[in-house]
Design a protein around this ligand. Sequence first.
Ligand code: ADP
Ligand code: MG
Length: 697
Amino acid sequence: MINVPELFGQNVFNDDVMRDRLPKPIYKALKKTIQDGATLDESVANAVAHAMKEWAIEKGCTHYTHWFQPLTGVTAEKHDSFITPDGDGKVIMTFSGKELIKGEPDASSFPNGGIRATFEARGYTAWDPTSPAFAKDGTLYIPTAFCSYTGEVLDKKTPLLRSMERISKEAVRILHLFGKDDVTRVVTTVGPEQEYFLIDKEMYNARPDLIYTGRTLFGAKAPKGQELDDHYFGSIKTRISRFMTELDRELWSYGIYAKTKHNEVAPAQHEVAPIFTTTNVAVDNNELLMEILKKTAEKFGLVCLLHEKPFAGVNGSGKHNNWSISTNTGENLLKPGKNPAENTQFLLFLAAIVKAVDEYQDLLRISVASAGNDHRLGANEAPPAIISMFLGDDLGAVVDSIEIGEEHESQGKKNMDLGVDVLPTVRKDTTDRNRTSPFAFTGNRFEFRMLGSAINIASANIILNTTVAEELRQFADELEGAKNFEKSAKALIAKTFKKHHRIIFNGDNYSDEWVAEAEKRGLLNLKNVPQALKHYLDEKNVELFTKSGVFTKEELFARYEVELENYAKLINIEALTMLDMAKKDIIPSVTDYVKQLTDTALAKQALSDDIPITLEKQLITDLSQKLVCFSDKVSELENDLINAGELINDMQAYADFYCNTVFADMQALRAIGDDMETETASEYWPYPSYGEMLFGV
Ligand code: ADP
Ligand code: MG
């Protein structure tokens, strides 16, 4: 039996541990920093560091690391031991406040988008006291922000914290207008649902594409995919169930509120969702969760694939970013209450979000842009690349009536009669779900559904917080001077809904009609990473970030360059992997099989002219022709990789070329490869098949 309350947070230097181990005044000072964002004093830092070290040593730690989130998209860590020579040839274990607060990793090898030359290697990490430290694998992990010697941010954490401060400030201004003077701080909360695939480790090891790129670059479809919907919420296989039990145990020990687990739509696909928490902690937890998913899988001879599209032909994996705003007094600002039509405060926040999503569609799209996610968005399994919002029937009707200035009659929750007496009466939600919408209101939060399974969720939340903060700022500026606040607020709400109505869409986002309709409405449809990134530096976006202080212009430009370059590099790795597989494995294997067919045909002929060899002849001819075609496509891809190299000085053109030309070459190569797979005897095919991988556990 597991004692969950006892296990929970065992590896975390959390509030309980701090209260237990820190002298009262120190604890109070630290709490003040955590809750109100007050700056930390050095003596406090020293005391906290000491307590952390003692605790970590008891947890078996010998090292500490500043844990940060550079622009590589994965977390980074460099471990330092606690040892200090004591002068007598022995060591003592020390950890100072200075070491806790500031680290100096060599930053030269992290992407910086030209912010610094490589010889300016210095980078700093700074402790984020609002996200708890934890002990893992013999090391004390300290969540930190990462910046360059000259102070430009080089990570995802710093802008996230900045964006959280901005939205807090502007939301508090609005709430004070509503007379809520006790509100001093507002936080955004996030609950990310994480999808992933699990496959057998042996099969993974036999696939260079999975090893190098995380997705299959070749692979013919299995006879069965997800068409029966029998995997979704299906009963969980024993090996997977053991994995999930261990996963929960691990997550809980790191203080992650793992709550829901189930099988997803595609075979071998699953989901885990924690209970929501403060955004920066949710981001850190999600990064840790992804790592724990991978490590736990290994224990069971499995591999966890976090790529957005490991397998063609079945659903890919995403991450739903459930996002809301709440006050330090415990109020969820996105809760409509019994009568949303009368709830001016709720409607004002809703209006700000509607305006933000409409005006910054491009940034929201950019915030989820990754090479992997390009396979999902718009592919009828994930939301389209077009951003729109779903409000549901009830709220939609409220908004409609406000726009035309009419009273709205709320329907309220209805009871649902299931027609069976023993079943309890179920209260029906006022709105059904719309699974196709990229940005859906789900009762007390918005669910941003476009995120890819592998990406750091910080980016999306930076954009949500910053853009909504900007709209709230505009609202507060306008309303603070108003003579009749209530009347002005209502007028502002109506004006905003009217102006931004085009972003609201309650229908089927997968339909072709919507694509046409969205175009008519003037909504953006940014189909791939390079197309989306082009908008990064649009004037309104530069203004948004520089005015709010979330990014300087230089930081923004750096991010644009880094993301384009990352994209091109990723496609380049995929292309090289395909070439390797094609030349070293696929061509030789198919050739072998053709030789085997030829030998058989010749042997049959030698025996007697009467034995038919039509089948062999047909297969030999067919496969030989395909081999020629295949090898032509190999050459085309090779040539285009050389052509790409000539564009490297223009990052946008370079990425565009990878997207439009190299990627197209890869798809053409794959098509013939997959076709040959269906005609080649399994014993000759060099890789485990889709069927084996997807149904092999
Ligand atoms: P579904 O799959 O039906 O959308 P899940 O239960 O899988 O629902 O996930 C819902 C997520 O939304 C959970 O992580 C939950 O904690 C989160 N959530 C609920 N309320 C809030 C809130 N106020 N702010 C942020 N996230 C929330
Ligand atoms: Mg879900």
